[in-house]
Design a protein around this ligand. Structure first.
Ligand SMILES: O=C(O)C[C@H](O)C(=O)O
Length: 500
């Protein structure tokens, strides 16, 4: 019998969450560095370079690698000979650790969880609850596989019940082809096949925390049908040409996981889980000897990438004097360095604006001739004006775009593709959609010189702020003619004859 105190579980979870918020899993970092070296598409190479440089700044400064510091997912393996001491359940001990980690005064992480998801969607302010799954096993230990999963990649999880004779591989490739870039590639895709509907999802999610072994698998060669399928999927997904941030490129995934389980003769449940470029997870085993701390990583593994936002031949834009005529000169894929004042606003702020307008009430700020940056930043510490502040997925704001353009908005900054209708609205208004690199949150924040709360303070990280930026690198994603880099880029880099 092993006694593990609830307080030790809490402290272990707290420390692990602070750790993974700032340090990428080293195996993923190594694969991302290799992808950077391999990348042939200039836009994708620049995006990967920015993610790597931002990751290095985050690790050195011990700040979150992404402004979306994630929803905490814990897979616990509880030995049957373990007694958890104290008056808290295992899930409550884990939630206590989440609370302490996210409210850490020295390195606060962003609270993203909202309670009452159907109606009030009220931020719980401490990122609880964690989503905890417990499985018992033989033994004297408690192992916790802990991840902080970003919302953008979680939103792209997919599930299907196929006929037993259908091709799972074809469904996976077709599905990834339609996922868009909101999951922030390059990352990983994990497939769970079999069991029941919920079992397939859990298998896929759990396997995202396994070590990356695609290069080793290729080097030794596959020895099973599953391994052959993994390699095939890896090749076919990369041949889609989606590339980093959906800008078109040779690497969309660095690994593909595949987990199976017996299922009903009538069924073929298939789950697909993407993992974004903020690949944050760690495993810790408590043995009853106190809390467990992860060893500090070897920071020489974090490469220094220079030139990904080189300023020499880029167009500098003063957004305080921006006109539609100027924007008409921009071309998709062109990188700009913007300076001046921009407003922030994301899901909840857009909903609030829509509600105010629907009631015929005045907005507490003017949107005329403004750029809106879709972002929910981390709170600042020390002399920061804002914490890490990368873009959120713009596609979610598509339904509000007509309304914002009608209010006189000149353009938007976010990440990932816009739907065809939104692209047409942007073009018709002579507006623009710009992208910053998702997952390069520390780098983006460096361009922000001041931040001021403007409205909707109760929305926390989703409040409207005004940022003053200097030389913030953004890429034109939709120009005023309605051309989209998320269509043009992947089309240029697609090497998938079965799609044409
Ligand atoms: O919530 C965010 O800041 C980003 C989100 O994870 C997204 O990718 O859309």
């Amino acid at each position: 019998m092993t006694r593990i105190s609830g307080a030790d579980i809490t402290e272990t979870v707290r420390a692990a969450l602070q750790y993974i918020a700032c340090y990428h899993a080293p195996d993923y970092l190594a694969e991302l560095s290799a992808a950077y070296t391999r990348e042939e598409s200039p836009a994708a190479k620049s995006a990967i370079g920015q993610i790597l440089e931002s990751a290095r700044l985050a690790a050195l400064g011990r700040r979150p690698i992404c402004q979306d510091t994630g929803m905490v997912i814990v897979f616990a393996r509880l030995g049957q000979s373990v007694v958890i001491e104290g008056d808290r359940t295992l899930a409550a001990c884990i939630d206590d650790g989440v609370r302490l980690a996210y409210l850490d005064a020295g390195n606060p992480l962003r609270a993203s969880m909202v309670a009452d998801p159907l109606f009030t969607r009220t931020n719980t302010r401490d990122n609880t609850p964690a989503i905890t799954h417990v499985e018992t096993c033989l033994g004297n230990n408690l192992t916790l596989h802990i991840a902080a999963k970003g919302g953008g990649s979680e939103n792209k999880a997919r599930y299907v019940m196929l006929n037993p004779s259908a091709s799972v591989a074809d469904w996976v490739v077709d599905t990834v082809a339609q996922l868009g870039a909101g999951w922030c590639p390059p990352g990983m895709i994990s497939i769970g096949v079999g069991g029941s509907a919920e079992k397939a999802m859990l298998m896929a999610k759990r396997a995202l925390m396994d070590p990356i072994d695609m290069p080793a698998l290729r080097a030794r060669g596959p020895v099973s049908a599953e391994e052959r399928m993994r390699i095939d999927l890896h090749d076919r997904i990369n041949a889609l040409g989606v590339g980093a941030q959906g800008l078109g490129g040779v690497t969309t995934v660095v690994d593909v996981k595949l987990t199976t389980c017996p299922t009903h003769a009538a069924s073929m449940p298939v789950a697909l889980m993407p993992q974004c470029a903020a690949n944050r997870h760690a495993s810790v085993t408590l043995t009853g000897d106190g809390p467990v701390y992860l060893d500090p990583p070897d920071l020489s593994l974090w490469p220094r990438i220079t030139g990904s936002t080189e300023t020499t031949d880029l167009l500098r834009v003063d957004v305080d004097r921006l006109t539609r005529a100027q924007m008409a000169e921009w071309a998709p894929g062109q990188t700009l360095l913007i300076s001046g004042h921009i407003l922030t606003g994301r899901d909840a702020a857009h909903q609030r604006i829509a509600d105010l307008l629907a009631r015929g009430e005045a907005l507490p700020f003017s949107l005329r001739d403004r750029l809106i940056y879709y972002v929910g930043p981390v709170d600042p510490v020390g002399d920061e004006v804002v914490g890490p502040a990368g873009p959120t997925t713009a596609t979610r704001m598509d339904g509000f775009t007509r309304m914002m353009l009608d209010q006189g908005v000149l353009g938007m900054i976010g990440k990932a593709e816009r739907g065809p209708e939104t692209v047409a609205q942007i073009a018709a208004a002579g507006a623009s959609y710009l992208v910053a690199v998702g997952g390069a949150a520390v780098l983006v924040a460096r361009a922000i010189r001041s931040a001021r709360l403007i409205a909707f303070q109760d929305l926390g990280m989703e409040a409207v702020r005004e940022f003053e930026v200097r030389d913030m690198p953004v890429t034109v994603a939709v120009d005023s003619l309605g051309q989209s880099i998320h269509v043009l880029g992947p089309a240029e880099w697609r090497r998938a004859p079965w799609l044409s």
